[in-house]
Ligand binder design. Sequence first.
Ligand code: C2E
Ligand code: MG
Ligand code: MG
Ligand code: MG
Length: 290
Amino acid sequence: AAALAGALAAALLAAGWRARRFRATALDRRLTEALRERAFTLHYQPIADCIDGRVVGAEALIRWTPRDGKPVPPDVFIPVIEAMGRIGEVSCFVVEQVGRELGGFLRDRPGFSISVNVHPADLASQTFHACLRTCLERHGLAPRQLSLELTERQPVTLDAELDGMQRLAARGHQFYLDDFGTGHSNIVRLDAMPVHRVKLDRHFTASVGAAGARNPIVESTLEMIRETGRDVVVEGIETSDQASYFALRGVRLMQGWWIGRPVPAAQFMPLADRPTPVATVPDAATVTAA
Ligand code: C2E
Ligand code: MG
Ligand code: MG
Ligand code: MG
């Protein structure tokens, strides 16, 4: 009976594995088609200064709805495209699409910056460098208007990548270190990289309570980033309490649903010039041990 159960378990496992592999192949095939047809769109989510209530930029976030289905989240399909070795095509598409949709808007607002999520491999890619240059020239934009986000989960390790990053930074592009605190939080490496802003991952944000309640992990992480001389952007701000918590600790730049959801360009542009919610900064004396 034990042998039978073992064989049954093995057969079920193999079937499950085949089903998963089948699904992965089906996703590959649909993504190959989507890449050929450039079937992706972008949403833009504001990044605001929550002390003075101004939108200072936005993050471009990719969206994909297969022809016959529901939207597939980027967390699901981006890793598949990476495994297909075709992430460079996506990064370039996103840069071109930002230019097409927001080129004129950005030209009129030299202080405004759109950030694009890129892969370490893009940094060493001549094609990607050329793609950025073309976008800037075509739309008359300054390099600092196209910022580049690198996730801490995928560290920049190769010399060619770090070199490419230095060249892009020297040209005037600004780098954001995304998802900070979730990956290979290596403050020594951060110090060696031309990173202008660090995006504190939304798991930290979710862990804070009332503005006055202390959260030693969040506070020491903020302190550590500041010690390296980088600006902080806090991600995943969903409530006014969270905004107040960070404002009380001197953080100005915030991103999250409380400020604005990711929306298509046409909806984003009218919002960008309007005041955003401002965090109420409580009296520092109200800070208490949690
Ligand atoms: P990310 O770069 O950290 O982007 C932020 C994610 O948090 C977005 O999810 C955004 O919709 C979500 N978000 C924003 N505010 C809030 C909030 O207040 N609460 C919560 N719970 N979530 C919030 P999205 O759009 O699903 O993107 C997921 C990830 O996919 C991104 O994380 C990024 O790593 C990747 N991604 C998105 N677009 C691109 C792209 O164009 N290229 C590449 N390579 N990766 C992309
Ligand atoms: Mg990002
Ligand atoms: Mg992020
Ligand atoms: Mg993230």
